[in-house]
Structures are given as structure tokens and as C-alpha cells.
Design a protein around this ligand. Structure first.
Ligand SMILES: Cc1cc2nc3c(=O)[nH]c(=O)nc-3n(C[C@H](O)[C@H](O)[C@H](O)COP(=O)(O)O)c2cc1C
Length: 196
């Protein structure tokens, strides 16, 4: 897939076909994408736990929080729509640059997933203590984030900001996500800083 197409489609997905596991080929590419991630001084201090056992994914569902901006009945997946996999990102050591490394890794991993049609939701609003207990992580502070994964049952589309400039994502009548993004003219400056 063309890179810009991949970037456009790699949105956040929050409802999945729970009957469809992530295939081994996609898992392998996600693992390769993690390995290929750039890392400050090439220290590669992050690790990823792939959680695919349905007993564990169902337990993890209780420890993650979807779509803080939407009412629960709209934003939280219902039974049958839960993620079928999580990738849990672990710090083995924190340095000034590990969060940057984590962002690059998350981007690589979710793009590799999407190249297989596997949707993702990067999750920071998670119960690190409960997840550490579940996955035998020695210290909850080692958990950076989690990624929920599965084949999406909705679409997600980037839209322009409305006249009020709201950044809140929302669902349309078909319960597909609309994600407002600022215009390029507001994000990119040419040759000098400008906050006009
Ligand atoms: C660091 C980070 C943490 C996030 N945490 C959550 C989360 O806990 N729950 C959730 O539903 N979405 C979470 N998201 C998804 C964002 O809400 C989403 O990226 C945003 O609404 C823009 O949508 P887009 O990814 O399709 O551009 C997170 C995204 C990032 C980058």
C-alpha cells in the first residue's frame, strides 16, 4: 500500500470483529516493525508483550478505557466487538529519550498492523497495576502503554475542524468515527516560526 494511503487509514479503531483473530503473518510483521524502530543511541530499551490468549485479552479489557470523549455506550466496545489482541509496551529502563522511542515504535507497530487491515487503538488510559499483575510484569511503572488490536467493524475518517474549531472526535449516524484535524496551514511553518 502507498505510504500516504497507509497513514490515512491508520486511524484509531475501537470496535472489532471479535470472532477474527490476528493472523500469524500480521503478528510477524508487527514484530519486524518493532525491531526496525529507530531508537536513541540504538539502545533498544523497550519490549513488547503480544497478548493473544483470549482469556488474557478478555481480562485486559477490564483494565483499559476507551474513548474518554464519548459516552460509554458509544465509545466502549460491546461483547463481540472487543479487541482480540493487545501489544503492551514495556520500559526496561527510562532515559530522556525512551518516550520518543516509544512513539516511534507505536507508530511502526500500528502501521504494520494496518498494512494487514488490522486496526489499532493506542491506549494510555490503562490500569498499569492490574495489567502488571496479569502479565507478570515486575513493576507497573515499567508499562508505557498498550495497543488494542483487531479487524475493525467501523471506518474512521479525518475531517476538517468545524466552525467552532472543536477537536473532539465523534460518531456519525452509522457509528463511524470522524476525527477532526487542524489544517496544514496551522501545523506547518515555512522557514520561520509563526503563530499567526
Ligand atoms: C499516547 C496516546 C494515548 C491514547 N490513549 C487512548 C486511550 O487510553 N483510550 C482510547 O480510546 N484512545 C486513546 N488514544 C487514541 C486517541 O484518542 C486518538 O489517537 C485520537 O482521538 C486521534 O484519532 P486518530 O488516532 O484516528 O488520529 C490514545 C492515543 C495516543 C497517541
Amino acid at each position: 500500500m502507498d505510504v500516504m494511503q497507509l497513514l490515512k487509514g491508520r486511524r484509531t479503531y475501537r470496535r472489532f470483529d471479535q470472532s477474527r483473530p490476528v493472523p500469524e503473518t500480521a503478528l510477524q510483521d508487527m514484530a519486524r516493525a518493532v525491531r526496525l524502530s529507530s531508537s536513541a543511541r540504538n539502545l533498544q530499551l523497550l519490549r513488547v508483550i503480544f497478548v493473544t490468549d483470549p482469556k488474557l485479552t478478555e481480562a485486559m479489557f477490564e483494565d483499559v478505557h476507551f474513548a474518554a470523549d464519548l459516552p460509554r455506550e458509544l465509545g466502549t466496545p460491546k461483547p463481540g466487538e472487543h479487541p482480540v489482541m493487545y501489544a503492551v509496551l514495556i520500559y526496561t529502563q527510562k532515559t530522556r529519550w525512551t518516550d520518543t522511542d516509544a512513539g516511534i515504535l507505536l507508530s511502526n507497530l500500528t502501521l504494520a498492523a494496518w498494512s494487514h487491515g488490522v486496526g489499532s487503538c493506542i491506549m494510555g488510559n490503562i490500569d498499569r497495576k492490574a495489567i502488571a499483575d496479569l502479565l507478570s510484569v515486575p513493576d507497573p511503572g515499567m508499562i508505557h502503554s498498550a495497543v488494542a488490536l483487531g479487524y475493525p467493524t467501523h471506518t474512521s475518517e479525518v475531517v476538517d475542524l468545524d466552525e467552532k474549531g472543536s477537536l473532539n472526535y465523534y460518531l456519525d449516524e452509522e457509528k463511524n468515527y470522524k476525527v477532526p484535524k487542524r489544517p496544514i496551514s496551522e501545523l506547518i511553518y515555512k522557514n520561520k516560526y509563526s503563530n499567526q
